[in-house]
Structures are given as C-alpha cells and as structure tokens.
Ligand binder design. Structure first.
Ligand SMILES: [Zn+2]
Length: 290
C-alpha cells in the first residue's frame, strides 16, 4: 500500500474519481492562456485535469478519513463518471486475508470522517439511501463538519444551490453522527484542523505533527500545482477570493519555511504529495514519490 509516514502517523491517498478535464481558464476565470504558458507541466495536454482524492490518516490507533469524494454516482454533471472511494477503501483498510469476507468492509474501519469543506466533491460518500432512508457509510464514525460551512450552506438561500448538503450532510445531525468543529480542533494529539477560509467560509486544512515531522492536507486551498508559484490565482468557485489568497499564502509560507509534507487531493496521483521549495525567488512544487 502506497503511503507516507510522518513521525508515527501514516497518510494514505485514496482516489474517488476522475472528472472530465476542463480548459484551465474555465477553472481559473481570472487567468489567460498566456498566464498558463509557463505552467505546461501543471496541465494535461493543455487541459486542467482535476482528481477527486481523499486521504486516510492513521494516528494513535484512530483511522481518520479526510473528505469523502463525489460519491457513487454516476454523476451526470461529471460525464456520468462513477466514484470508487468505498471499494478502494476496502483495499486500504482491510488486511488481504480478510478482504474476501463479505461481512468485513470499510464501513466499520473508520473512526472519524473530517471534512475540509462542504462542496459536493468532498461529502459524496457520507450517506447511503435505502427506501429513502439515509444511513452513514461509515457507521462507527463521528463526522466532523466545519461550523462556518454548516452555517453557510444550510442557510436557505445557499441550500437551494447545494442539494448535496441536504442529502449528504444535514441528515448526519438527525442521525446524531455529526460534530461541528471550529478553530484549531484536535482530532488526536498529532492531528488537528486549521481554519483556512476563502474557498468556503469554513474551509479547514488538516495538520499533522509527530516526532518533529509535519504534514498538511490542504483541501481546496490548492486545486492545481501552478498555484504554488501563482499563489494569487483563485478558482472561480472560491467564494471569498481575497480570503482564499490569504489562506493560500499562509499555508505556502508555512510549508516552505517549516518543511511540511503537503498532500493535495485535487492534484494528479503520483504528484499529489510534495514539498514547497524556493528556487531563484520563486516557489515550486517538488513531488515526493511514495
Ligand atoms: Zn474540491
């Protein structure tokens, strides 16, 4: 199993799905084709290819799932692609000698689900429906939801444009599976949330510190590795672009100065764990092979 170790903590990437590619200027409407000319390595044949990646973090005996992808689908607004997170978690979480036992599944293996934010590609495998009744995919887990995102997306005006929140998040409260978190919230002694607002009001990164080593899971503070050099570029979907820029600059400064391992779920698998390095006054993404 490909993973990276940070002190005593293990971080394992798990891909949910690959949506259709888009022109980079569609995703970043304030940029031009000329802006992207210097970032061909961040594109895929000139197109911007996002990945919907989640992370399993093992710390102090707890199994933490950071974000739950787009969900099973098929997703008509994403080329009818289907999510595969749950099946892939089986390979990650269940030892090989128990994997063929149909009574054993990822459902029981996750203790905590923590959301970086409440967009549809980050909450999709929260709940399954049977006869119209929701039940959590991860039946033993507490689901940690940033309070400022809960307040924002459950506001009736915003909820009208966020049906995934009604379907994949709000029932968690009725099922008593959800905890609202704010500020720096300790998940274990080694893993905590850090508010990084902008993309959404409650967006949070996940910080890992163990044995003097450090890692950060950045959520949608970074959508594409070009933003490591171009920290002021904002995705069109960033709700508060000034705050998004501030959060991005803060995290990149931390990553560079304190040598964090950085995990970016929207980057290309194989190139989605790295460090932020500076060469001739400019920041770059330096992938770590795992
Ligand atoms: Zn996202």
């Amino acid at each position: 199993m490909a993973s990276i170790t940070v002190g005593n903590v293990e971080i394992i990437p798990v891909l949910d799905m690959v949506p259709p590619p888009r022109p980079p200027t569609a995703m970043f409407p304030d940029t031009s084709d000329a802006d992207w000319a210097g970032h061909a390595d961040a594109l895929d044949n000139g197109q911007l290819q996002l990945y919907y990646g989640c992370w399993v973090v093992r710390s102090e005996g707890a199994t933490i799932l950071v974000d739950t992808g787009m969900g099973p689908g098929p997703h008509p607004d994403r080329g009818n692609v289907e999510g595969e997170l749950f099946e892939r978690l089986r390979d990650v979480l269940i030892p090989a000698d128990r994997r063929n036992n149909t009574n054993v599944g990822p459902s029981d293996e996750v203790n905590i689900v923590v959301h970086t934010h409440l967009h549809g590609d980050h909450v999709g495998w929260n709940l399954r429906y049977s006869g119209g009744m929701p039940a959590p995919y991860f039946r033993r887990a507490r689901y940690l939801v940033p309070r400022a995102d809960w307040d924002h997306f459950t506001d009736p005006e915003n909820l009208a444009n966020a049906p995934h929140v009604e379907r994949q998040v709000m029932p968690l409260r009725r099922l008593r599976k959800m905890d609202l978190v704010e500020g720096e919230h300790n998940i274990t002694d080694e893993v905590k949330t850090l508010p990084t607002p902008g993309h959404t009001p409650g967006h949070q990164a996940i910080l890992v510190t163990s044995q003097g080593e450090k890692a950060m899971i950045v959520g949608d503070v970074l959508h594409n590795k070009a933003q490591v050099a171009e920290a002021d570029w904002c995705a069109g979907v960033d709700i508060d672009k000034d705050a998004s820029r501030r959060s991005r600059n803060t995290l990149l400064d931390m990553a560079e100065q304190e040598s964090y391992v950085v995990a970016a779920g929207h980057f290309t698998p194989g190139d989605h764990i790295g460090r932020v390095v500076r060469l001739e006054g400019r920041r770059y993404w330096q992938a770590i092979e795992i």
